[in-house]
Ligand binder design. Sequence first.
Ligand SMILES: [Zn+2]
Length: 461
Amino acid sequence: MWRYLVRSAVGVMLAMLAMPGWCASDRGSGLAFLQALDATAISGEAVEGKYSLRHDQLVDAILAKILRVADGGASMRALVVGPRKGGNPYPGGPCTSSDGTIYIPADWVLTLAGDEAAMAALLGHEAVHVVYRHHLQSIQTATTLRRLGSRLDETVLAVAKNEGERERMTNVLGRAMRSVVVLEGQEQEYNADLFGAIWILRAGYEYDGAVRLLRNIKEKYGDLAYGDEGMLSGVEGSDHPSCTERLARLEEGRAQILKTAGSFGSGAGELEAGDHRNAVITFTSILRFFPQSAAALGNLGCAYHLRFWEESGMEGPRASLLVESCLEPELIAKVGPPRARKGGAGGDLEMLVKAQQQYESAVAACPGDLQARNNLAMAHLDAGRPRRAYEILSGLRPSDEKARLVILRNLGLVGYRARADAASLDASCRGACRSAWVEYLKAKSDPEIERVLGEWGGGGG
Ligand SMILES: [Zn+2]
């Protein structure tokens, strides 16, 4: 779940970044880089001795299955199961070290023992951190930022007109640099979730194993989304995004896989039409998610065969090739049906993302634009982010009555949609949302809202 062993080194660098005058001495980033690597390169044997670790047969077997189909899975070295203390943000949770070892605490093995696909998702997630060298990426970023910090220090000194301005600039730049580290960490988590889920799908497990794993974590530790004044506004303080957002990304991944699988029919059409070039692209894409599909493998074979014919200049009648018309249904079943986000509508998520981008551009072009900010809030709500929607709406100060009523109505809707998911919006916010509807109904007759408010019940939740 997180890269624990690298934190201490990055943490020290960040502490340096946090101070005005980020970099007391610049001893050469190459040396710092090596030291950082050194601090994290704890050998599997050393940790094994310290924590009396042991192997778990089921875990080993699942991981072996995943690594056979993972990109670069052969670079994995060892897997050790054992207890670990501490950790951020999930106390006592799993981690990886930069030497390629994955640690899964014994109680997590027990928790997930009855759900092999969820266990596979956990192992797949950790394997992605190792295979894609996320430790190294984090250290490199911290090193680059450290170098940047000393340059910024000099620049701020040179351009700031007075002490106050110097402090303000230093503060903003420090927040920006810390945000880079956190955003990179979050991106690594999204990638670990998504590639982990794809790898377990390839290994024959259900994609939903990854969904159940995150739900499990959310239940155990909460959603873990919080603001942080040390970051730029809108950047969560944790290097792990909220479970809600991670689950949403998994749904986007599922939609992408289903879309690719859905191209099977048109790929078969390309083969019938003799268009082997596009057919190769189509079936290679499908095989990225379903490497065990005999239908896709067979059709890719046909595509290469057609190409051979085209180039060979063979004369006389040719053999008849049979083209498969669809992907094996049992493989599609493993992906599962697309799921609407909690509190959000179904539909094309891509369109919602585009809508959000346009609203954000509108807000950037005109920060005071009430319409765009209201609409942006509703896009966040539809995307399953009620807290963001609440923050935006509660910050709006409408000048006319019509806009005031629209915002009150929307605010109520935010709390109403979040009512069944206490973790996504806290009780006081939901209470404020409910009061917004009460206030709205005083000024305007709206039978639908009246009915729904009645169903909502008396409390804030
Ligand atoms: Zn992780």
